[in-house]
Every structure is written in C-alpha cells, then in structure tokens.
Design a protein around this ligand. Sequence first.
Ligand code: HEM
Length: 576
Amino acid sequence: MSWTNYLQPLSKQYHKHVPEEYQKYVPHLWILGAGVIGIYVLRGLISYFRILREVRGLPVKHAFLPAYEQGLRARVPHIPYILPVKDFYSRPEWDRFEKPRSDLLAYTVATQNYAIYWTANPYTAQHVFTKTSLFEKPVFNARYQAAKKFGHNIISASDGDDHKRHKSVVRGCFGEDVFRSAWEEMDNTIEMLLDEDKLREGGIMEDVGVTTIKITYIVIGKVGFGYDIPWETPRSKKGEKMGFVESYEIVDRTMLYQFVLPLWIMKILPTKELRRMGDGRTAFLAYCYEMARGKRAELTALKEAGEKSKAPVDLLGAMVHAQLVAEEEARVQHGHDSVPNVGLKEDEVIGNMFIFLLAGHETTGHTLAFTLAQLALHPEWQEEVYKEVKEVCGDERPSYRDVHRLPLCLAVGLEAMRLTDIVRQLFKVAKEDSMLPYTTWNEAGEVTHREHFVKKGSVVFIDTPACQLNPFHWKDANDFNPRRHLSDDVSRASLNNAEVPFVAFSMGPRQCIGRRFAEVEMICFISIILSKYTIHPVPIHPGETKESMKERMIGSALEDVTMTPGKFSVRFEKRH
Ligand code: HEM
C-alpha cells in the first residue's frame, strides 16, 4: 500500500467537493501544506535556539510577542510569556536592572528572529549612539515611517548620505537669531499666560501639563511659522475657510491619528470631528506649501535685487534660506547655471516643518511641567535660582543676552528631565558583529566590567530613563539636585569621576538638533517665572504629605508619544 493511502480517509472526509479524478492528489497537497508549516516552525525554532545561544550569560526574559512599544507597554495588561509588558517596563525604571544586578538585559521574542538587548548604562548608550560604523538608526520601524506622513524628513532619513542631506539644510535653522527669537516669543507667551490664566497677582495654574504644552505650542507656532498664535484657537464656521491657526491646532491635537490614518480614510470617517482631522490636515499642508513658496519667492527676489539676504528668524524661512544657500554653493562649486539637485525637495521642507511641530513643543512643554512640579516640591532650589537671576540680572527682566549666564536655570530643567525622561525609548540595529560593554555587580555593590558579543541584526534599546537613574553613575540618583549638571560641581557621581553622558537628547549624529532651542525656552521660562513668583504645590486635602504630592505630580505621568504629566495644579505666589 502506498504511503499516501494512509491519508485517503482524511481527504475523503474533508474534500468531498473535490472532483473524483483529482481526489488522488489531495493527500499530496496535505503533505505539501504540512511540510511548509513544518519548515516554517523549524526555521523559527532554529532561529530561536540561535538567539538563545547569542544571549547566553546575560539575564534573559522570554516573550511570545514584542511587549515593548512605548505608549502601549504602560497600557496593556501583563500576560506572562505571551505579552509580559512588566518584564520590559518597570517603574521605578531602574528596578528591572537592579534585581538581576546587570545593566544589560537580553530578551527573546518568539515572533522576531533577532536578539534584543536593553541597556541602562549611559556609557554603553554613548557607545551605541556614537559608533556609527557598528550601529544604525532603524528607520524602517513603523514609528519613523509614520513620521513621513507630511513628507520625508530628518527623523525618517537613513543614516549616512540621506541624513547628511537633511541635516545640511535643517542645521541652518538653528542659528543665534532663531534662538533669540525663541527667547523673545517665550517671554511674550509668559505675559500671555499671566493674563489669560489670571496669574499676574498670583493664583492657581490648573492642569499644568496642558498649560505648558499650550505655551510651547504658541512659541513654536511663532518661531516655526511666523504666526501669532492666540491663547484660544479661533474656530471657522460651517462653509468658512479654515485659518492656519485652526488647522495647526487640529493637526497638533490629533497627531497620533495623523500618523496612522491616510487622508482618504479621514475623509470618509463617520463623525464630524473625525472628518475635521482630514480637513485640518489638508488645510495645514496647503498653508505650509503656500508659506514655503512665498518665502522662496521673497528671498529670491531680494537676492536678484542685489540685497544681501539675512537668514529669517522663523524656522520655515530659515530652512528655505538654508536651501537657497545650499543651491548657491553647489552652483559655485559645479559652475553651472541650472538649479542643481541639492538639499531638500519642496515636500521635504514641509516634512521637516511638520517634524519641528511634532518634536519641538510637546517635549519641551512636558519638560516645563515636570520642572514646575520639582520646583514646587523643592522650594530651596527656587531660592538658589532666584539668587542666580538676581546676581546676573539685578532688577532687570532676564533677556536673551543673559542666556549663557544662567547655568542653574538650565540645570534645573535638565535635572527635571533626568528624573522624568521625556523621549523614553531609543533603539539602534547592529550593522556588524561587535562587543557591547556592560557592568554587573555583586551583593556588596562591587562592579565588574564586562563585554557581550552582539551579532549583526540584533536590536539594542537604550532605556533612557534607567540610564538617567543608574545609581552607579549618578550619586543619590533619585534626589533632585540640579547642581550635578554644572561643570564645576563635585557632587556629580560616576564610576570613573568623569562627566556622565546625558542621554535624554540622544547622542552622536542623530542627537536632538533642537536641543539648544529647547534649552533657551527652558532658561527663559524658569528665570522669568522664578524672578517674579514662588511656586507651591496645591494639596488635594489638608495635610497631604510631600510623598503623596510627589506621586500625584510626577509619579502619575504616563507614557504616550512622550512622557505625559498627569493632572496637577501649582500655585504662583508673587514675590514682593
Ligand atoms: C526637551 C525637549 C526635547 C527633547 C527631550 C528632545 C529629544 C530628542 C531625542 C531623544 C531625539 C532623538 C530621536 C531618535 O533618534 O529617534 C531628538 C531628535 C530630534 N529633535 Fe528633539 N527633543 C527636544 C526638543 C526639540 C525641539 C525644540 C526641536 C525643534 C524645534 C527638536 C527637533 C528634533 C529633530 C529635528 C530631531 C531629529 C534629529 C536627527 O535625526 O538628526 N527637538 N530629540
């Protein structure tokens, strides 16, 4: 009897509808199907055992599905071995490294055919960020692809030539004039805040996180696009053309939907509010193109009239200007008249503007909220900052000329970021096999430096919050001590007494290009507010302890696109 005969009963049972003359082939199809599945499972198993071998020697956790996506991991239930989110995410963040006594952890995920590593060592992070021959940004990842929705941009650009091309133009946006403009707009927006929130004579700032986002959103609106953004967004009536400010507000408010939904889906969505997302996007893009073309025409006309064009002080203008400069330089270099194919295409200019909106205000807004929370909980640091501002500015209002002379104001913002990291999950892919440095320690806290062999194709996650709270590198890591960011400070703690890499803005060629912009906003906000007011927590019941307030104001923050503060208020008290 042929071996396929054994399968005949199966075929008869399940394939009654197959014509009689083909019935004899059915067993072969069963075998083919089972073979394909078998090969798939076998390949999976071989790859799984290969990964197990690769991660040997490290504390390892196993998962069936990837349970690490930022924003999701804080929200979905922990299902052991299937979706073990708690293995990938702990609060306090250092805990998951503390228990296995290693600042490098390994993960196997059954549905992914590469090893995954997670580091909480700021020096390993620095190594991964800066060794560009060994590690690269995984721009194929969904989050970077989604960021292309409004045009290819610096964040979605691949390492190397593509990124250099974007950076050569985007860099031109962050000059001294733009920083000065960022300061001035922040200063104006503080005035707006004091009037609109009725804080001028002191009072309660409700829902701090929402308010600080509004502040930085207004600043980036003016410095980014040259628009005066009012405190309350004007709404167009039915049939009226939507204004820039309204479209800008809609795109900003619905950012996650903008990322995941194509325009045609938005247009057919069943509710009016959802359809407005699509209208907002269409209008916003149309305004951006109109503005970019207008700027280009204006700057070209100036040049043709023989007037020396100065870089504009808004980011869009500065980017168009930088693009024209890149084209001019290429013309000089290549000696021909046609517009050379250099710098950015028009849709890439718009894509980068969208990125400034995306990356440029939520991050800074949330940082300011956590800064206000820390200051309210640490009045002694408010006095230190006040002393610094008085020494530098006397009775004058702090201004951009003081920006380099207020280091403690900046340090306060950086320390709030260190304790509540904002962009929490950065990762790179290994381009080559290499050794990854890490440390382990024993019960007595004695440290051993080690290296782990990492294969090409592995993914290394930088756990930025855990790096910033690593007690082997930051002395009294959980204490709020802004002075540790000052170069002359002796309380800075590291294993080798050197400056600890600060990873909150990333490092290396892909580090945050808007860092100084954000820092200028922070220095301006902190110096002006603290020179006029003292900040106080608002207890939710009489006698609420400091610990409870800290938990409510800082511990309640939730991961979203960035670390988002929970709802809390602070009280402004006017200084006399
Ligand atoms: C506290 C505020 C901020 C924080 C914590 C922050 C953090 C970061 C981080 C961690 C990255 C690396 C992202 C990655 O590799 O996936 C990044 C990149 C970037 N940031 Fe920021 N950022 C801040 C403010 C800003 C501002 C104000 C702007 C612009 C106005 C900006 C523009 C950008 C851009 C364009 C990149 C991409 C750089 C590149 O790939 O070359 N950021 N930022």
